[in-house]
Design a binder for this molecule. Structure first.
Ligand code: PMP
Length: 366
């Protein structure tokens, strides 16, 4: 039986994509091989990586002066690669960069950047446990770049605006919201995302980078950590994550069938609206996030019970009974507790309706 999987990542994939991968498992495109068995330099794999890149360019409207790279190391490696490539210097002089601190992942990005740069945290929502997005955040005009996290997976916030950075290149960690809504790529210097939420299985990390930002790394930066290495070689300096790239291609085909990013946004708004409206009206559960900052992808919720022991008991029972009813991976992040429904593109409206129906039934037992 397929369950409704609310995992924050790796996450649910569209059933149609999994069925297609299954059908092609031992013989992809009439080659008599699985994609897993193909040489990355073969004539059989070339059309696969090209198709994935072209679909991504089409769906996101990526301008021709941006390179698309398929890397490894997850979004976490980009926390290091961005400062190393954009702002590190030959003699280790630390240049100024701005970071917006809106969650645990953006804090990790700050920690890593501070090794190679002089980080200024220009805006932060740490004062209220990252439950909101600060207004009017912008860098200094002299900063080498500015970094932010448009969707904060753990706390469930979404930036309702793109920071105004003028000529300062904007770097954005779109790990948990890429392709969930249309964005104007030309506003960004670099966009990155691990594949394992909205794109496909874990393994590949997508980097979309404006060409003038490539080639700035000092000579001491290791070859595998340089954007110029991967850009020159079309992501084939070494073996790329071939199967993940193939699966992303299938997910993007599916996304086109949903009406592309505009089409999926309508569905994402419907799903988020259903769940937030339920939480607003519920006597027993609530969203801990400020209204204007709420994520469309990750929806944390807590029990309104004030006694912490009783609250914990109710939440533990909820998670157990939900899993028994086929609604799995609803636990909040280990650092924040509570519950969280991650409803990425592949989660159908029916999955959210099933969750709400279960919550309503569960409330009757309280
Ligand atoms: N940034 C964000 C916003 C994330 O949600 C995650 C993973 N949940 C990461 C970075 C880390 O990604 P990875 O595991 O691909 O390194």
């Amino acid at each position: 039986m397929r369950v409704y999987n609310f995992s924050p990542g790796p996450s649910a994939l569209p059933l149609k994509v999994l069925e297609q991968a299954k059908a092609e498992m031992t013989d992809a495109n009439g080659t008599g091989q699985s994609v897993m068995e193909m040489s990355h330099r073969s004539k059989d794999f070339k059309p696969i990586i090209e198709k994935t890149e072209n679909s991504l360019r089409e769906l996101m409207g990526i301008p021709s002066n941006y390179k698309v790279l398929f890397l490894q190391g997850g979004a976490s490696l980009q926390f290091s690669m961005i400062p190393l490539n954009l702002a590190a210097s030959e003699d280790n002089t630390k240049k100024k960069v701005s970071y917006m601190e809106t969650g645990i992942w953006s804090q990790k990005a700050v920690e890593e950047a501070a090794k190679y740069t002089d980080v200024i945290v220009k805006a932060s929502s740490k004062d209220r446990s990252f439950s909101y997005i600060p207004e009017g955040a912008k860098p200094e005009a002299s900063d080498v770049y500015c970094h932010y996290t448009p969707n904060n997976t753990i706390v469930g916030t979404r930036w309702p605006y793109i920071p105004e950075t003028g000529s300062v290149p904007l770097a954005a960690d779109f790990s948990s919201s890429i392709l969930s809504e249309p964005i104007d790529v030309s506003r960004f210097g670099i966009i990155y995302a691990g594949a394992q939420k909205n794109l496909g299985p874990a393994g590949a990390t997508i980097v979309i980078i404006r060409e003038d930002l490539i080639g700035k790394a000092p000579s001491w930066v290791p070859v595998m950590l340089r954007y110029d290495t991967h850009a020159k070689e079309g992501s084939m300096y070494n073996t790329p994550p071939c199967y993940s790239i193939y699966m992303i291609g299938l997910v993007l085909d599916w996304l086109k069938e949903q009406g592309g990013v505009e089409g999926i946004l309508k569905i994402n708004l419907e799903k988020a609206d259903l769940l937030y409206s339920y939480l607003e009206a519920s006597k027993h559960f609530m969203s801990p996030v400020e209204k204007t900052s709420r994520s469309l992808m990750n929806i944390p919720f807590i029990c309104r019970e004030e006694n912490p022991e009783k609250q914990k008991e109710i939440e533990t029972r909820f998670l157990k009974e939900a899993a028994e009813a086929g609604l799995v991976n609803l636990a909040g992040h280990r650092l924040v507790g509570g519950m969280r429904a991650s409803i990425y593109n592949a989660m159908p409206v029916d999955g959210v309706k099933a969750l709400i129906a279960f919550l309503e039934k569960f409330e009757k037992s309280l």
